[in-house]
Structure formats: C-alpha cells, structure tokens
Design a protein around this ligand. Structure first.
Ligand SMILES: [Fe+2]
Ligand SMILES: [Fe+2]
Length: 317
C-alpha cells in the first residue's frame, strides 16, 4: 500500500517510493529504495521535502504511536500498479529480497532498542515476506547461509531460524494457524541480544566466564521485552525464554527437565543450533549441512531425537 507520510515520520526499514517537493541535492533523488541507515533517515528529515511516499507492502509502516492524519492512502491506479509489480517482484525472488527483510528486522530491533513495544502486527510483514520466499524458493535458505557474514549476522540468523521453523511446522503438518506464530517465535527468539554489548556478540575469541554469564541473560531479557507488547502469543514468549534449554536439564536459564520443554521450544532449539552451526561467525567458518546434522545426531541430551530426524528428513534433505 502506498502511503504519504510526513518527513519527520521516516524510519529505517521503510521503502521510499517518492519524495514530494524539491530534494535534488542528494544521490537518492528519483530513486526507489529501502531506507537502511540512520544517517540517511536523518538527512531526509532535515531536507526540504514536503512529504514522503512509502510503500508499506515493501517496507515498514509508521509506528502506530506516531501515525497522524497527514497519512493518506493513494487509491486507484497507483495501488493496482503496485499490486501487479508486487506479484512480479515475488516471482523473481532473489537474495536481495532476504537482504531487504533483514533491513526490516533491523528497523524493528532499532525501534525496540529505543523503547517501542513489539506486537504481532509490527512483525507480521516480515513473517509474510519469509513465508512468500519459502513458497517460491525453498532453497533460499541455502543462499542465506552463504550470505551470513559478521555484519548483520544476527538479523539473518533470526530470519533463517524463522524460515526453518515454518518449514519444520509445515513438514510436521501442524495446524495452519500455528505456523506463522512459530515463524514469529523463530524471528524473535534472540531479541534479548539487543541488550548485549556488541563487542561480546562479535568477539572473535572464546568468551570469559563473566561474558558468558551476561550472554546467558538474553533469553530472560528477550522474554521481558516481548512481554511489554500487547497480545504477544504465549508460544512466542515460551520459545524466546526457553530456546537454550536442553532435554537433559543442563540448559539455561531454568535448567528445565525434558517433561517441561514444549514441542515448540524443541523445534526452536533444533532450528537455532542448526543455523548457528551452518553460519559464518567471527570465530568460525560455517559447517556444511551434513556436518551440522551429524554433530547434532551424535550430541547426547540436547535435542529431541525423533524431532531431529523429522527435521533432517523434511527440512534439510
Ligand atoms: Fe539465543
Ligand atoms: Fe539464536
């Protein structure tokens, strides 16, 4: 949907279709693009444009708290043209699409860092993008693994875990209404990392005991953040808080025993670890898919084995 907003409402993750008024002293003039950097957003806010046209089917909308009357939908031909071009765009899905999804997520995480609450509505466009990507090209997951670098790794990891959760849920033939909720759980499972120092998250060497203790707080912190948003499904909260629990009770933060770890958390644990192993990190090269699943099969006590076999048969084969 095309929408006109005030220039003071722009934020990272929006897709800019057009600018109203003179704004020629910038390389962005006349270009349609996703707003990726805070510097660019600030330049836009300080420019002499009168209004900004954003496309909410390709990027983030304004935050509900700052929505105002100056927003207006652009009806008719423009909207129809956009929906046709959207259909075309979906068909020619590429790695660029995933990158854009990553920018959307970055925008949401930035908002959360600034104190905004996460709601199902805020994040559902990202889940929709991921679901469409999977419907059209399931191999996109492999492309994502190659894309993972130090920069932006957290966002891509969250998107990859979300995609794996959706694929595993479909393979298990879970209720269709649960599938996007599990995708959301995958997307937000590590949101507590926004409260962790970046130096620790990107540290090339091993972590000290103090650093490890700090990192282990991210599930609890994430759960607190998500609990602030109204209507966040319990399944998402459960996944966020418990995705580092182990069936042998040696996980964290609660050392839950096997019987108290839900199916959805078990799914998340498998998807999370698989993606972590197959990703490039500052301290390691990515493992291949078969190296990752072999390691997981030989690891005692961490994973639900029958679920892991389903994952191998239905998702990564
Ligand atoms: Fe985590
Ligand atoms: Fe994770």
């Amino acid at each position: 949907m095309l929408k006109r907003i005030g220039k003071d409402q722009v934020r990272i993750g929006m897709f800019i279709e057009a600018l109203e008024g003179e704004w020629l002293l910038t390389p962005s003039a006349g270009r349609r693009y996703t707003l990726e950097y805070e510097d660019d957003a600030a330049r836009l806010r300080n420019s002499n444009v009168c209004g900004v046209f954003i496309n909410t089917s390709k990027g983030l909308d304004v935050l509900p708290s700052v929505a105002r009357r100056s927003e207006s939908e652009v009806p008719g031909r423009a909207a129809m043209t956009l929906s046709a071009s959207r259909g075309r765009k979906i068909r020619i899905l590429t790695v660029e699409k995933i990158k854009r999804t990553s920018v959307l997520l970055k925008g949401i995480f930035n908002d959360v860092s600034a104190g905004a609450a996460v709601t199902f509505e805020t994040v559902s466009p990202v889940i929709e993008e991921i679901t469409q990507s999977l419907d059209i090209d399931p191999s996109i997951l492999i492309s994502m693994t190659r894309m993972k670098t130090k920069d932006g790794a957290t966002f891509l990891h969250c998107i990859a875990v979300s995609a794996l959760m959706i694929r595993l849920a479909r393979h298990l033939k879970l209720d269709a209404a649960i599938v996007p909720i599990l995708g959301l759980g995958g997307l937000l499972h590590d949101i507590g990392k926004i409260g962790m120092p970046i130096e620790i998250l990107t540290k090339a060497g091993g972590l000290t005991e103090v650093e490890m203790k700090l990192i282990r707080r991210h599930p609890t912190l994430g759960h607190q953040i998500l609990s602030r948003g109204k209507g966040m499904p319990n399944i998402v909260l459960d996944i966020c808080l418990h995705h580092h629990e182990r069936l042998d009770g040696k996980g964290y933060p609660m050392c839950l025993p096997d019987g108290q770890i839900s199916l959805y958390v078990r799914m998340a644990t498998i998807c999370d670890v698989y993606d972590a192993l197959t990703s490039a990190r500052p301290y390691k090269k990515p493992w291949t898919s078969s190296e990752a699943v072999s390691w997981m099969l030989y690891t005692e006590g961490a994973f639900d084995r029958s679920l892991l076999r389903e994952f191998i048969d239905g998702v990564v084969k």
